[in-house]
Design a binder for this molecule. Sequence first.
Ligand code: T5A
Ligand code: NA
Length: 213
Amino acid sequence: VDDVNTDSRGACIVLEGLDRSGKTSQSTRLVSYLEGLGHSAELWRFPDRTTNVGQMISSYLSNESQLDDHTVHLLFSANRWEKRSSMEKKLKAGTSLIIDRYSFSEVAFSSAKGLDFDWCKAPEIGLLAPDLVLYLDIPPEKAAERGGYGTERYEKLEFQRKVADCYKVLRDPSWKVIVAQLPIEEISKQVQEVSLECLKQCRKGKQLSLLWS
Ligand code: T5A
Ligand code: NA
């Protein structure tokens, strides 16, 4: 593939949206697409439930343990900080990271619980900023209809409505908002197009930046 330049960095692309909006489906497809074009790409997700911190988060999400809202917020943040240096290394080595949820989930979910918005953003300062945020936009009622929610803590319609409102506050014009009710194939096409353009900019020397820039 002619536009693969291993001297330059990979792109950091984040997928955000409500529970059941299609993030995992789309991030998986995007990684396959990029790999098919000869690019190095990896699928990452937060929370990363494989670490010690991630296991605490996982048991909280599945209602096996109770934690103070601030405490769990800081655990989610710690879970990103423990991956930060490896993220930077991968990106600089030319691998693109397609990340299923990131700091934006954190701020949207915690502020939906009533925590102060700026307090929620603070522990994320200094993490790598993504080159692109893809927001899968779906009405909370429609998301709830998709195979139903599971038993995890946040999978309740009333709460997801609040999260949707918080995402609206957080959203900025650089985000690519995608109608998540389109057929999977059509969403993939849009995701591919904008992601490839983003990767080109990174290959051309676009610098990595930090949150919240
Ligand atoms: N959280 C997370 C925080 O509070 N703070 C943080 O810092 C972070 C990172 C983690 C929870 O933690 C919170 C947010 C979350 O509540 P998770 O493990 O990431 O949760 O789980 P979810 O993101 O909720 O994953 P889901 O599997 O519920 O949703 P996805 O990944 O958005 O959706 P996906 O792709 O699995 O699809 C859901 C269903 O819809 C179908 C799929 O086939 C599947 O059945 N579907 C479509 N159907 C019709 N049309 C389409 N276009 C479709 N796309 C997918
Ligand atoms: Na998911």
